[in-house]
Design a protein around this ligand. Structure first.
Ligand code: MG
Length: 389
Protein backbone atom coordinates (compact mmCIF):
# COMPACT_ATOMS: atom_id res chain seq x y z
CA UNK A 1 0.00 0.00 0.00
CA UNK A 2 1.30 3.40 -0.95
CA UNK A 3 0.10 6.73 0.41
CA UNK A 4 -0.39 9.91 -1.59
CA UNK A 5 -1.34 13.39 -0.50
CA UNK A 6 -4.15 14.40 -2.89
CA UNK A 7 -4.79 17.86 -1.51
CA UNK A 8 -4.06 20.32 1.30
CA UNK A 9 -6.97 22.60 2.26
CA UNK A 10 -6.76 25.65 4.54
CA UNK A 11 -9.37 27.95 6.02
CA UNK A 12 -8.75 30.86 8.40
CA UNK A 13 -11.26 30.85 11.27
CA UNK A 14 -11.93 33.32 14.10
CA UNK A 15 -11.12 32.25 17.67
CA UNK A 16 -11.88 35.67 19.06
CA UNK A 17 -12.62 36.37 22.68
CA UNK A 18 -13.03 39.64 24.65
CA UNK A 19 -10.04 38.84 26.91
CA UNK A 20 -6.58 40.38 27.17
CA UNK A 21 -3.24 39.54 28.73
CA UNK A 22 -0.45 42.02 29.52
CA UNK A 23 0.41 42.34 25.83
CA UNK A 24 -2.49 41.65 23.46
CA UNK A 25 -6.24 41.35 23.34
CA UNK A 26 -7.88 38.45 21.55
CA UNK A 27 -10.83 40.19 19.90
CA UNK A 28 -9.39 39.72 16.39
CA UNK A 29 -7.56 36.40 16.94
CA UNK A 30 -7.73 33.83 14.13
CA UNK A 31 -6.40 30.34 13.45
CA UNK A 32 -5.64 28.32 10.33
CA UNK A 33 -7.43 25.00 10.05
CA UNK A 34 -5.73 22.58 7.65
CA UNK A 35 -6.79 19.27 6.10
CA UNK A 36 -4.26 16.94 4.47
CA UNK A 37 -6.33 14.66 2.23
CA UNK A 38 -4.78 11.29 1.38
CA UNK A 39 -5.71 8.60 -1.14
CA UNK A 40 -6.03 5.99 1.65
CA UNK A 41 -9.51 4.64 2.38
CA UNK A 42 -10.09 2.89 5.68
CA UNK A 43 -13.41 1.23 6.62
CA UNK A 44 -15.00 3.02 3.69
CA UNK A 45 -13.73 6.42 4.86
CA UNK A 46 -10.98 8.54 3.33
CA UNK A 47 -8.04 9.17 5.69
CA UNK A 48 -7.66 12.92 6.26
CA UNK A 49 -5.17 14.47 8.67
CA UNK A 50 -6.10 17.72 10.44
CA UNK A 51 -4.15 20.51 12.07
CA UNK A 52 -4.53 24.07 13.37
CA UNK A 53 -2.25 26.62 14.93
CA UNK A 54 -2.31 27.53 18.60
CA UNK A 55 -3.90 30.68 19.93
CA UNK A 56 -1.74 33.76 20.28
CA UNK A 57 -0.47 33.82 16.68
CA UNK A 58 -2.81 34.44 13.78
CA UNK A 59 -4.00 32.24 10.88
CA UNK A 60 -1.43 31.66 8.15
CA UNK A 61 -3.62 31.21 5.07
CA UNK A 62 -1.38 33.23 2.78
CA UNK A 63 1.83 31.37 3.59
CA UNK A 64 0.16 27.97 3.60
CA UNK A 65 -1.60 28.38 0.26
CA UNK A 66 1.06 30.29 -1.67
CA UNK A 67 4.19 28.54 -0.49
CA UNK A 68 3.99 25.51 1.74
CA UNK A 69 1.01 23.51 0.46
CA UNK A 70 2.17 24.21 -3.08
CA UNK A 71 5.56 22.56 -2.41
CA UNK A 72 3.92 19.35 -1.22
CA UNK A 73 1.54 19.22 -4.17
CA UNK A 74 4.44 19.74 -6.61
CA UNK A 75 6.66 17.07 -5.00
CA UNK A 76 7.04 13.58 -6.45
CA UNK A 77 4.77 11.55 -4.08
CA UNK A 78 7.41 8.80 -3.79
CA UNK A 79 9.83 11.26 -2.15
CA UNK A 80 7.40 11.74 0.76
CA UNK A 81 7.15 8.06 1.71
CA UNK A 82 8.86 6.11 4.49
CA UNK A 83 11.35 3.34 3.71
CA UNK A 84 8.73 0.60 3.68
CA UNK A 85 6.67 2.73 1.32
CA UNK A 86 3.50 2.09 3.35
CA UNK A 87 3.09 5.49 5.02
CA UNK A 88 4.16 9.11 4.75
CA UNK A 89 7.49 10.00 6.35
CA UNK A 90 6.80 13.19 8.36
CA UNK A 91 10.46 14.23 8.23
CA UNK A 92 10.55 13.94 4.44
CA UNK A 93 7.35 15.98 4.18
CA UNK A 94 8.92 18.52 6.54
CA UNK A 95 12.11 18.75 4.46
CA UNK A 96 9.98 19.36 1.36
CA UNK A 97 8.00 22.09 3.14
CA UNK A 98 11.24 23.80 4.13
CA UNK A 99 13.03 23.54 0.80
CA UNK A 100 14.44 26.89 -0.37
CA UNK A 101 13.93 28.47 3.09
CA UNK A 102 16.91 30.30 4.62
CA UNK A 103 17.82 29.61 8.28
CA UNK A 104 16.92 31.94 11.16
CA UNK A 105 14.27 34.65 11.35
CA UNK A 106 11.50 32.20 12.15
CA UNK A 107 8.68 34.74 12.04
CA UNK A 108 5.27 33.48 10.97
CA UNK A 109 6.49 30.66 8.73
CA UNK A 110 7.12 28.40 11.75
CA UNK A 111 3.38 28.66 12.48
CA UNK A 112 2.39 27.78 8.91
CA UNK A 113 4.72 24.77 8.85
CA UNK A 114 3.69 23.66 12.35
CA UNK A 115 0.03 23.63 11.32
CA UNK A 116 0.64 21.45 8.24
CA UNK A 117 3.00 19.22 10.25
CA UNK A 118 0.22 18.57 12.79
CA UNK A 119 -2.11 17.42 10.00
CA UNK A 120 0.63 15.20 8.52
CA UNK A 121 1.26 13.43 11.86
CA UNK A 122 -2.50 12.98 12.32
CA UNK A 123 -2.67 11.33 8.89
CA UNK A 124 0.39 9.15 9.56
CA UNK A 125 -1.03 7.84 12.85
CA UNK A 126 -4.44 7.23 11.22
CA UNK A 127 -2.83 5.28 8.35
CA UNK A 128 -1.00 3.23 11.02
CA UNK A 129 -4.36 2.93 12.82
CA UNK A 130 -2.89 3.97 16.19
CA UNK A 131 -3.24 6.86 18.60
CA UNK A 132 -0.42 9.30 17.85
CA UNK A 133 0.97 9.00 21.38
CA UNK A 134 1.37 5.23 20.97
CA UNK A 135 3.03 5.68 17.57
CA UNK A 136 5.46 8.21 19.06
CA UNK A 137 6.37 6.01 22.02
CA UNK A 138 7.08 3.11 19.63
CA UNK A 139 9.24 5.25 17.36
CA UNK A 140 11.30 6.41 20.34
CA UNK A 141 11.35 3.03 22.10
CA UNK A 142 9.83 4.47 25.26
CA UNK A 143 6.74 3.55 27.25
CA UNK A 144 3.62 5.64 26.64
CA UNK A 145 1.79 7.01 29.67
CA UNK A 146 -1.82 7.86 28.78
CA UNK A 147 -2.26 9.83 32.02
CA UNK A 148 -1.24 13.47 31.45
CA UNK A 149 -1.01 16.40 33.90
CA UNK A 150 -3.01 19.42 32.78
CA UNK A 151 -3.43 22.83 34.37
CA UNK A 152 -6.14 25.44 33.89
CA UNK A 153 -4.94 28.65 32.22
CA UNK A 154 -7.20 31.64 32.68
CA UNK A 155 -7.27 34.67 34.93
CA UNK A 156 -7.26 37.03 31.97
CA UNK A 157 -8.12 40.68 32.20
CA UNK A 158 -11.37 41.74 30.63
CA UNK A 159 -13.68 44.69 30.86
CA UNK A 160 -15.68 44.76 34.08
CA UNK A 161 -13.94 41.75 35.63
CA UNK A 162 -13.45 42.30 39.35
CA UNK A 163 -11.72 40.23 42.02
CA UNK A 164 -14.85 38.31 42.99
CA UNK A 165 -15.25 37.20 39.37
CA UNK A 166 -11.60 36.16 39.25
CA UNK A 167 -12.07 34.09 42.41
CA UNK A 168 -15.21 32.47 41.02
CA UNK A 169 -13.37 31.60 37.81
CA UNK A 170 -10.57 29.86 39.74
CA UNK A 171 -13.05 28.05 41.99
CA UNK A 172 -14.72 26.79 38.81
CA UNK A 173 -11.45 25.22 37.64
CA UNK A 174 -11.03 23.42 40.98
CA UNK A 175 -14.61 22.16 40.71
CA UNK A 176 -13.70 20.70 37.31
CA UNK A 177 -10.81 18.67 38.70
CA UNK A 178 -7.79 20.91 38.20
CA UNK A 179 -5.21 21.35 40.95
CA UNK A 180 -2.99 23.95 39.26
CA UNK A 181 -4.49 27.19 37.93
CA UNK A 182 -2.88 30.13 36.17
CA UNK A 183 -3.66 33.83 36.00
CA UNK A 184 -2.33 36.79 34.05
CA UNK A 185 -0.21 39.51 35.62
CA UNK A 186 1.42 42.66 34.24
CA UNK A 187 -1.78 44.09 32.78
CA UNK A 188 -2.42 46.19 35.90
CA UNK A 189 -0.30 47.97 38.54
CA UNK A 190 1.92 45.84 40.78
CA UNK A 191 -0.31 46.72 43.78
CA UNK A 192 -3.41 45.65 41.92
CA UNK A 193 -1.78 42.43 40.73
CA UNK A 194 -0.59 41.52 44.21
CA UNK A 195 -4.16 42.02 45.52
CA UNK A 196 -5.45 39.78 42.70
CA UNK A 197 -2.89 37.10 43.56
CA UNK A 198 -3.70 37.20 47.28
CA UNK A 199 -7.41 36.90 46.54
CA UNK A 200 -6.87 33.87 44.33
CA UNK A 201 -4.54 32.22 46.85
CA UNK A 202 -7.18 32.73 49.53
CA UNK A 203 -9.81 31.20 47.24
CA UNK A 204 -7.86 28.07 46.25
CA UNK A 205 -6.25 27.50 49.69
CA UNK A 206 -4.57 24.14 49.97
CA UNK A 207 -6.64 22.59 47.18
CA UNK A 208 -4.44 23.88 44.35
CA UNK A 209 -1.37 25.84 43.33
CA UNK A 210 -1.21 29.09 41.38
CA UNK A 211 1.04 30.02 38.43
CA UNK A 212 1.32 33.58 37.09
CA UNK A 213 2.06 34.75 33.54
CA UNK A 214 3.37 38.20 32.50
CA UNK A 215 3.36 37.42 28.76
CA UNK A 216 6.75 39.03 28.16
CA UNK A 217 5.59 42.45 29.26
CA UNK A 218 8.30 43.54 31.74
CA UNK A 219 11.61 45.34 31.33
CA UNK A 220 14.38 44.19 33.66
CA UNK A 221 13.50 46.59 36.49
CA UNK A 222 9.81 45.68 36.48
CA UNK A 223 10.57 41.97 36.17
CA UNK A 224 12.76 42.19 39.28
CA UNK A 225 10.21 44.31 41.18
CA UNK A 226 7.60 41.64 40.46
CA UNK A 227 10.06 38.87 41.43
CA UNK A 228 10.51 40.50 44.86
CA UNK A 229 6.73 40.67 45.29
CA UNK A 230 6.01 37.18 43.90
CA UNK A 231 8.66 35.29 45.85
CA UNK A 232 6.71 35.84 49.06
CA UNK A 233 3.94 33.62 47.69
CA UNK A 234 4.11 29.83 47.17
CA UNK A 235 3.66 29.98 43.38
CA UNK A 236 3.79 27.08 40.94
CA UNK A 237 5.76 29.27 38.48
CA UNK A 238 6.52 32.84 37.29
CA UNK A 239 6.06 32.80 33.51
CA UNK A 240 7.52 34.87 30.69
CA UNK A 241 8.58 37.89 32.70
CA UNK A 242 10.42 39.70 29.89
CA UNK A 243 10.82 39.67 26.14
CA UNK A 244 11.03 36.04 24.95
CA UNK A 245 14.38 36.63 23.23
CA UNK A 246 15.98 38.63 26.07
CA UNK A 247 17.97 35.76 27.55
CA UNK A 248 20.06 38.08 29.69
CA UNK A 249 16.94 39.41 31.43
CA UNK A 250 15.79 35.86 32.13
CA UNK A 251 19.23 34.94 33.49
CA UNK A 252 19.37 38.04 35.72
CA UNK A 253 15.92 37.28 37.07
CA UNK A 254 17.03 33.91 38.42
CA UNK A 255 19.12 35.75 41.02
CA UNK A 256 15.99 37.37 42.42
CA UNK A 257 13.62 34.46 42.02
CA UNK A 258 14.69 31.14 43.53
CA UNK A 259 11.32 29.43 42.91
CA UNK A 260 10.33 27.91 39.52
CA UNK A 261 10.24 30.10 36.41
CA UNK A 262 8.70 29.16 33.06
CA UNK A 263 9.14 30.41 29.52
CA UNK A 264 9.49 29.35 25.87
CA UNK A 265 6.06 29.68 24.23
CA UNK A 266 7.39 32.39 21.90
CA UNK A 267 10.57 30.58 20.85
CA UNK A 268 9.89 28.91 17.52
CA UNK A 269 12.86 26.70 16.69
CA UNK A 270 15.29 24.24 18.26
CA UNK A 271 18.05 26.82 17.75
CA UNK A 272 16.14 29.40 19.83
CA UNK A 273 15.42 26.75 22.46
CA UNK A 274 19.14 25.95 22.60
CA UNK A 275 19.98 29.62 23.07
CA UNK A 276 17.52 29.85 25.95
CA UNK A 277 19.23 26.91 27.66
CA UNK A 278 22.69 28.29 26.92
CA UNK A 279 22.13 31.90 27.94
CA UNK A 280 18.80 32.21 29.78
CA UNK A 281 19.92 30.98 33.20
CA UNK A 282 17.06 28.47 33.32
CA UNK A 283 17.56 25.73 35.95
CA UNK A 284 17.01 22.10 34.91
CA UNK A 285 16.07 21.04 38.45
CA UNK A 286 13.05 23.36 38.84
CA UNK A 287 12.17 25.51 35.83
CA UNK A 288 9.65 24.76 33.05
CA UNK A 289 9.88 24.95 29.23
CA UNK A 290 6.77 25.82 27.24
CA UNK A 291 7.71 25.44 23.55
CA UNK A 292 4.54 24.83 21.51
CA UNK A 293 5.03 22.59 18.47
CA UNK A 294 2.01 24.08 16.68
CA UNK A 295 3.73 27.48 16.59
CA UNK A 296 7.28 26.26 16.05
CA UNK A 297 7.54 24.12 12.91
CA UNK A 298 5.64 21.16 14.33
CA UNK A 299 6.53 17.84 15.89
CA UNK A 300 9.44 17.12 13.51
CA UNK A 301 11.12 20.22 14.91
CA UNK A 302 9.93 19.54 18.47
CA UNK A 303 11.81 16.23 18.40
CA UNK A 304 14.96 18.19 17.55
CA UNK A 305 14.18 20.52 20.45
CA UNK A 306 13.94 17.51 22.78
CA UNK A 307 17.39 16.42 21.51
CA UNK A 308 18.74 19.90 22.35
CA UNK A 309 17.31 19.51 25.87
CA UNK A 310 18.95 16.14 26.30
CA UNK A 311 22.37 17.49 25.29
CA UNK A 312 21.90 20.37 27.77
CA UNK A 313 21.01 17.96 30.58
CA UNK A 314 17.27 18.61 30.66
CA UNK A 315 14.56 15.96 31.01
CA UNK A 316 11.50 16.08 28.71
CA UNK A 317 9.49 16.02 31.94
CA UNK A 318 10.42 19.72 32.42
CA UNK A 319 8.31 20.57 29.35
CA UNK A 320 4.70 21.68 29.75
CA UNK A 321 3.79 23.13 26.33
CA UNK A 322 1.73 26.23 25.70
CA UNK A 323 -1.44 26.02 23.66
CA UNK A 324 -3.92 23.57 25.17
CA UNK A 325 -4.32 21.42 22.05
CA UNK A 326 -4.54 17.66 21.65
CA UNK A 327 -1.29 17.52 19.65
CA UNK A 328 0.76 18.40 22.73
CA UNK A 329 -1.31 16.00 24.84
CA UNK A 330 -0.16 13.23 22.49
CA UNK A 331 3.47 14.33 22.71
CA UNK A 332 3.21 14.47 26.50
CA UNK A 333 1.70 10.97 26.72
CA UNK A 334 4.05 9.50 24.11
CA UNK A 335 7.36 11.15 24.93
CA UNK A 336 7.14 11.80 28.66
CA UNK A 337 6.57 15.54 28.87
CA UNK A 338 5.55 17.02 32.22
CA UNK A 339 2.03 17.84 31.06
CA UNK A 340 0.09 20.32 28.97
CA UNK A 341 -1.67 23.66 29.23
CA UNK A 342 -5.47 23.73 29.08
CA UNK A 343 -7.96 26.60 28.67
CA UNK A 344 -11.23 25.27 30.10
CA UNK A 345 -13.39 28.11 28.78
CA UNK A 346 -11.44 29.63 25.91
CA UNK A 347 -10.44 29.15 22.27
CA UNK A 348 -13.18 26.67 21.48
CA UNK A 349 -13.67 24.43 19.59
CA UNK A 350 -9.90 24.07 19.09
CA UNK A 351 -8.70 23.68 22.66
CA UNK A 352 -9.59 21.02 25.17
CA UNK A 353 -10.11 17.29 25.19
CA UNK A 354 -12.18 14.69 23.32
CA UNK A 355 -15.78 14.48 24.54
CA UNK A 356 -16.13 12.49 27.71
CA UNK A 357 -12.53 13.06 28.88
CA UNK A 358 -12.63 14.50 32.40
CA UNK A 359 -9.93 16.09 34.54
CA UNK A 360 -9.34 14.16 37.76
CA UNK A 361 -6.74 15.24 40.31
CA UNK A 362 -5.20 17.49 37.67
CA UNK A 363 -4.80 14.72 35.10
CA UNK A 364 -6.61 13.42 32.03
CA UNK A 365 -6.39 9.96 30.46
CA UNK A 366 -5.90 9.76 26.70
CA UNK A 367 -8.69 7.92 24.90
CA UNK A 368 -7.92 5.16 22.41
CA UNK A 369 -8.54 7.02 19.13
CA UNK A 370 -6.48 6.71 15.93
CA UNK A 371 -4.43 9.82 15.08
CA UNK A 372 -4.43 12.87 17.32
CA UNK A 373 -7.99 12.15 18.44
CA UNK A 374 -9.87 15.06 16.85
CA UNK A 375 -12.68 12.73 15.78
CA UNK A 376 -13.54 12.34 19.47
CA UNK A 377 -14.29 16.05 19.86
CA UNK A 378 -17.58 16.57 18.05
CA UNK A 379 -17.67 20.40 17.82
CA UNK A 380 -14.13 20.52 16.43
CA UNK A 381 -14.59 17.58 14.09
CA UNK A 382 -17.70 19.19 12.61
CA UNK A 383 -15.54 22.11 11.36
CA UNK A 384 -12.78 19.80 10.21
CA UNK A 385 -15.10 17.57 8.21
CA UNK A 386 -16.65 20.59 6.52
CA UNK A 387 -13.18 21.71 5.40
CA UNK A 388 -12.20 18.32 3.95
CA UNK A 389 -15.51 18.03 2.10
MG1 MG B 1 2.03 32.25 28.57
Amino acid sequence: MSVRILDIQEITKPISSPIRNAYIDFTKMTTSLVAVVTDVVRDGKRVVGYGFNSNGRYGQGGLIRERFAARIKEADPKTLLNEAGDNLDPDKVWATLMSNEKPGGHGERSVAVGTIDMAVWDAVAKVANKPLFCLLAERHSVKANPRVFVYAAGGYYYPGKDISMLRAEMRGYLDRGYNVVKMKIGGASIEEDSARIEAVLKEIGKDAQLAVDANGRFDLETAIAYARMLRDYPLFWYEEAGDPLDFQLQAALAEFYPAPMATGENLFSHQDARNLLRYGGMRADRDWLQFDCALSYGLCEYQRTLEVLKVAGWSPSRCIPHGGHQMSLNIAAGLGLGGNESYPDLFQPYGGFPDGVRVENGHITMPDLPGIGFEGKSDLYRDMKALAA
